[in-house]
Design a protein around this ligand. Sequence first.
Ligand SMILES: [Zn+2]
Length: 318
Amino acid sequence: MRLSFTAPAALLLAACAAPAADLGLEAPLPAAVVQPPLASDAEIDASITAPLEPTAASMEWNAPSAPFKVIGNIHYVGSKTVGAYLVTTPDGHFLVDGIVPQSAPLILENIRALGFDPADVKYLLNSHAHIDHAGGLAALKRATGAIMVASAADTPILEAGDVFYGPSKGMKFPPVRVDQIIDDGETLSLGGVILTAHLTPGHTPGCTSWSLPVAGVDGAAHTAFLHCSSTVAGQRLVPESYPGMIDSYRATFEKVRTLEADIFLANHDNFFGLAEKRARLAAGDANAFVDAEELQAFNTAMEAAFETQLAMEEDMAR
Ligand SMILES: [Zn+2]
């Protein structure tokens, strides 16, 4: 079932995806000054109760889902089809992604249901600045007071609450202030847990993947990789949606080829067989999410899809 995308191609147009990873551990970054979200309380409140975009509703981006421990200190706190991850430590937690604006209450409730306190979220991260992953960040920042960390290239989109190109252009979300910029290979350290950022641009200019060491059952050592996405997902390649887009995709495919991880996590359920793995986990397979081949298989499939799409668009442009 892996990599056999269940959503029709047309639906994938609105979805997102991309990858990366060597674990060069660097000194933690200096603590950032935490600022309030850019969006006003009224704007955030209105976004939470606003009707879902038809795409978000049809693809169940905000459909509730019970949270669960994926493995070790990694927890799934997302919706039925869009990922959000809580990485816990004794000194506070990392929260990756905010799904759509309406999803913030769902994510916060999922964190509480696992027995954790949203106030203990210290770092708020984002795979990439599209509405289905960044929409709820402002509300989550308001609720947690966490440090918002993002790549330099995606920061203008996050702080505008709007994508300037592509299928999600005009699908505005509450802007969120970025407190701390992270670059390729830099790390965040909290409670003995170190997350490494891997810039994997293409899907967005600042698409950011994250890796971390994880202890599995019986203390087995694993490396988890939270893939940003590398689908084209309805974005134009010819002409490029943003300058350097094609080179960015190709550099990301090349980079991910050099990375190793045996737990592949993504931000849309169909990218990593979430439902199937979750069922196996519930049936007692503690290593349901462990697969040493999956990251590379995904990368290879995404690269082929990208080159096919590019060739088609180049033909049409002739
Ligand atoms: Zn996306």
